[in-house]
Design a protein around this ligand. Structure first.
Ligand code: NAP
Length: 281
């Protein structure tokens, strides 16, 4: 196979850990290729994607704020991207720009791995946030047949839009209703940017949650967010955001470089070192 290059497109994009992941796999699998960061401002994204075949890349990941613009630029989209109207993984085939959304896959793959029995009993999920990540997570939970999903968001109308779109199992709630929702929930997912380095803390009281509940924070900088620390202290099962990041990268790498890579402890260690974090036993 000839030398191939892929990239992650975002704005800003300097913080993205995707190059670490793909370069690790390229080196591990001894594949000739590279993976770069491509900063594209919002006013240039449509033109950049229209001429993507001239960029020299075989494909790309797409991060904030360009996932919706990427979907609009596609000639072909997978069913998940078509539903969410957002794409995070692009590739060229026969001159056409194809795309898919692997956030749903990444979210579920890591949850299944870290908490294999999470969906064995009737589940009630509480999703914090109503942005792009929250929509992908609600899609994922519905796909797995979760009985009820409470979407709790600072801006209630955004949660109401998600509830209206996904149907009667999805209920929008104001932040003030959180204690009541936590009492019901068997799975809590933070899909806001709260708790991320540089953002305000996510300060919620987990006391109302059942002792069997699972808490999943998709924020991974820092790896041990204050929410996960509080959940651990309360004795709840915790799932961190790094696994979602690693798993969502798998389908793109396979499309661009022709081999399905493994999410392994070695890859996790590479990312932990970069984040300056320690792994948990
Ligand atoms: P987004 O579309 O910008 O949505 C941000 C969400 O956070 C909104 O619900 C927003 O509420 C809420 N929020 C922001 N500041 C807040 C505040 N001060 N108080 C209360 N709520 C606040 O972002 P996104 O793309 O969904 O991403 C959300 C987070 O998930 C980011 O931290 C991102 O890094 C992370 N993420 C991780 C992965 C992974 O692989 N682990 C993948 C995707 C995303 P309003 O609607 O009220 O503004």
């Amino acid at each position: 196979m000839s030398f191939r290059r892929a990239c992650v497109i975002g704005h800003p994009v300097a913080h993205s850990r995707s190059p670490l992941i793909h370069r690790h796999w390229l080196s591990e699998l001894k594949i000739e290729g590279d993976y770069l960061r491509q900063d594209v401002p919002p006013d240039q994204i449509a033109a950049f994607l229209k001429n993507f075949s001239a960029s020299g890349y075989v494909g790309a990941n797409v991060t904030v704020p360009h996932k919706e613009a990427a979907f609009k630029a596609l000639q072909r989209a997978d069913p998940v991207a078509s539903y969410l109207k957002a794409a995070n993984t692009l590739w060229l085939a026969d001159g056409d720009l194809h795309g898919m959304n692997t956030d749903v896959y990444g979210f579920l793959a890591h949850l299944d791995e870290a908490a294999p029995d999470w969906n064995q009993h009737e589940n009630i999920a509480v999703v914090l946030g109503a942005g792009g990540a929250a929509r992908a997570i609600v899609y994922a939970l519905i796909e797995r047949g979760v009985a009820k999903i409470h979407v709790v968001n600072r801006t209630l109308p955004r949660a109401e839009v998600i509830a209206a779109e996904f149907g009667k199992n999805v209920v929008a709630s104001a932040w003030s209703e959180l204690p009541k929702r936590l009492r019901e929930g068997s799975l809590l997912v933070n899909a806001t940017s709260l708790g991320m380095t540089g953002q305000p803390l996510l300060e919620i009281d987990l006391k109302p949650m059942k002792s069997t509940a699972t808490v999943y924070d998709i924020v991974y900088v820092p790896l041990e967010t204050p929410l996960l620390a509080a959940a651990r202290k309360r004795g709840l099962r915790v799932v961190d955001g790094l696994g979602m990041l690693m798993h969502q990268a798998v389908p793109g790498f396979e499309k661009w470089f022709g081999v399905r890579p493994q999410v392994s402890g070695t890859l996790r260690a590479v990312l932990l070192q970069d984040l300056g974090a320690k792994g948990r036993p």
